[in-house]
Structures are given as structure tokens and as C-alpha cells.
Design a protein around this ligand. Structure first.
Ligand code: SF4
Ligand code: FES
Length: 373
């Protein structure tokens, strides 16, 4: 008989949840969901060793545990701190946390350009969301922003190093998903940058996933670059038979045109599990080379949960207002209002003028002798 596992009780912003020992505060908060969940710019639950780099997930531990209820003196990174039984955590209920988070956002924006109007990540950028929520109006930074030598990462992936926040997610992705990582963080401190050292293109089969994990617009899809604003496109779930990956994707469409293909994401912006088992990472062929709607079986509109502008164009379960014109116009819809064929003084309703052979002739119209009509 298996022994019943003891769960730890943790209270976050006055909401108590029971979680397994070893769960981090961030993941416990994710089980509650909503605003109680701290933002995470570098932690990515599907990538081993991620987290601990950006400090956006800082929280206050008001009581360490039932056994030792002393508060922790400093704010802690919730993605790296595991819960204890009876722990009390404050996130949005703590002034200290909100103040620190505003400071972290200010630091992240020290060098990050505010080029959202031309950035392909706009509308789905976690830093953009964070800046709206915690950012300051002005900057106190007086120095020249960092600039970098341009690195060409190949035909599919565009690197904008000035936008990078050095979260390491793309490095872990390349390490854990591809056979051979050829890029990484070079140099340290102010000079640290994502690069390939000796000019190399990122072309491993699964390397396109670095675009999906990048929380900002530092790594973007060259096949989608400057083509459309993401909130004008409609995401739909689609799949195809693929020998390399699960083939389950999200198509970003406008009309019948496929503008972009990405992996499916969950409410935290992380890749979803595939219905075939394992994680839904997708291969380069599905992402970059299948841009025809005919390549895919479309399942239906994607549920967009994140509070981003993409959900502004949400079109699932839309209730259309009742069309009243046909009721008052004898069944004719708005497009047919100018069609006076049946009600005209001169037409014969039984004759479809567009279908008669040759030019119309006086017999095809009513005349004054037609029974006085
Ligand atoms: S390029 Fe993007 S994913 Fe890679 S370290 Fe920079 S911000 Fe993170
Ligand atoms: S998400 Fe926790 S430090 Fe970045």
C-alpha cells in the first residue's frame, strides 16, 4: 500500500493552497493562478535549470514555516525558493515587493530600447506587459545605451541583441533540445551578449524554439519579420503529420494566409504538452517552411488566455447581434437592398436579365400595356 504523501500548506496573498514538498513558491502561486502569480521573465518550467536570473519574481516571505515562523529578511526569488509547510508569502499584497519589482523593471529597461512600435514581439512581449504594469514614466539613466556588433544567425532567426535581457532561456533550449548548441552568452557584465563567437548560423532542426521561449523581441522569426502586427492575426490550432515533431502548432492567420507558425503556448506563455505525449516543441520545417493553409488540418480558434492585446481581437463564442434588416425588408439582407429586381416597376421578376442570351430587349421588361402594371 502506498503511503499518502504529506502536502505542504502555503498561503500566498491570503490564499492557501496545498502543494507537494519541493514545489517552488512560483509554482505554488501558479496553482492558485491570476494576479497572485509573480511574473517570470527567465524561469521556464519546461527548461531544466532556468530561473534565478532576472529577479522579476521576487516575493516577501512573511513566515518561513509553521516550525520556524520568522520572516525571511530579504525578498526571495520565488522561482528558486521551495515552499515549507505553513509558509506565508506576500506578492501583490506587499509594498516592498511592488517597489522592488518596479526597480527590477527599471533595471531591465536600462538598456532595452522602447522600440515596441517596430518590434515583432509587441503584443506578446512579457517585458512590455511588465513595463505597463510597473514601469516608470521617465528614465534616470544618463549614459549611452549598449550597442553590439551585428551577428547573423542564419536564414530563419533574427537576433536583436539590444533587446536581450540575458535570461538564458534560449541557451537552455539549444542545450536541451538540439544535438549541438552553437550559441551562448559570451563575455560578462555590461559586455555580456548572446552570440555564436565564430560566425555560425543556428540551423539545428529544433532551434526555432528559441524564438518561442525568448520573453522579449531579441530572437524573432525572419519569415514573419515586419509582415504583420500580431494582434491583427488570428491564432488557430492546427496539425499535420510530421516525422520530426508532434506537428501540433498554432497558425497565425489573416484571412486564408498563414503569416507565422509557432508552438502552442499555455497561460504562462510556455510550450504546451503535446496530445501525443511529451512537450509540444516543433521542428524548423513545421515552423518556417509550411506557410500554406493547405499544409495543415485546422482544428479551430486558439483560446487566448494571456491578458495581451491578442485577446482583444478574441473571436471565440462571439454572439453576433441579430440582423434586423431582413425582418423589415421582406427577407432581403443588407447586401441585397439595392437589388430591386423583384419590386421594380420595369423588370419582369421571372426573367433574370443577367442570364438571357444576347442583349436585353423590350419584351424582357414590363411595358405600360402589360395589364396596366
Ligand atoms: S535572446 Fe531572448 S531568450 Fe536568449 S537570453 Fe536574450 S532574452 Fe533570453
Ligand atoms: S523568474 Fe525568477 S529570477 Fe527570473
Amino acid at each position: 500500500m502506498s503511503e499518502e504523501k504529506k502536502l505542504f500548506k502555503v498561503t500566498i496573498d491570503n490564499i492557501t493552497v496545498e502543494v507537494e514538498p519541493g514545489t517552488t513558491i512560483l509554482n505554488a502561486a501558479r496553482q492558485i493562478g491570476g494576479e497572485v502569480t509573480p511574473p517570470a521573465m527567465c524561469y521556464y518550467s519546461k527548461l531544466k535549470n532556468s530561473g534565478g536570473k532576472c529577479r522579476t519574481c521576487l516575493v516577501e516571505v512573511a513566515a518561513g514555516s509553521t516550525a520556524d515562523p520568522r520572516p525571511m529578511p530579504k525578498l526571495v526569488a520565488s522561482c528558486r525558493t521551495t515552499v515549507m509547510d505553513g509558509m506565508i508569502v506576500k506578492n501583490i499584497t506587499s509594498e516592498r515587493v511592488l517597489d522592488a519589482r518596479a526597480g527590477v523593471v527599471e533595471f531591465l529597461l536600462l538598456n532595452h530600447p522602447l522600440d515596441c512600435p517596430i518590434c515583432d514581439q509587441a503584443g506578446e512581449c512579457h517585458l512590455q506587459d511588465l513595463s505597463y504594469e510597473h514601469g516608470k514614466e521617465g528614465t534616470r539613466y544618463e549614459f549611452k545605451r549598449r550597442t553590439f556588433k551585428k551577428h547573423d544567425l542564419g536564414e530563419y532567426i533574427q537576433l536583436h541583441m539590444t533587446r536581450c535581457i540575458l535570461c538564458y532561456r534560449c541557451v537552455f533550449t539549444a542545450d536541451q533540445l538540439t544535438n549541438k548548441r552553437v550559441h551562448g552568452v559570451l563575455d560578462r557584465g555590461d559586455h555580456a551578449e548572446i552570440a555564436t563567437y565564430i560566425e555560425k548560423s543556428l540551423d539545428n532542426d529544433f532551434i526555432g524554439n528559441v524564438i518561442d521561449v525568448c520573453p522579449v523581441g531579441a530572437l524573432t522569426d525572419k519569415t514573419f519579420r515586419f509582415k504583420n502586427r500580431v494582434w491583427f492575426t488570428k491564432p488557430v490550432d492546427a496539425h499535420r503529420d510530421c516525422s520530426k515533431c508532434c506537428g501540433e502548432v498554432q497558425l497565425w492567420m489573416r484571412g486564408d494566409e498563414v503569416f507565422r507558425v509557432t508552438a502552442r503556448k499555455d497561460e504562462w506563455g510556455e510550450v504546451k504538452d503535446s496530445t501525443k505525449g511529451g512537450l509540444g516543441w516543433i521542428c524548423n520545417e513545421c515552423r518556417f517552411e509550411k506557410k500554406d493553409a493547405k499544409d495543415w488540418t485546422i482544428e479551430g480558434p486558439t483560446q487566448v488566455n494571456r491578458h495581451s492585446v491578442i485577446s482583444q481581437g478574441h473571436y471565440v463564442n462571439v454572439v453576433k447581434p441579430k440582423e434586423t434588416l431582413p425582418d423589415v425588408m421582406g427577407g432581403r439582407g443588407p447586401k441585397l437592398l439595392m437589388n430591386i429586381h423583384n419590386v421594380s416597376e420595369v423588370n419582369r421578376p421571372e426573367i433574370e436579365l443577367s442570364k438571357i442570351q444576347g442583349p436585353a430587349h423590350s419584351d424582357d421588361f414590363k411595358n405600360s400595356l402589360d395589364n396596366g402594371k
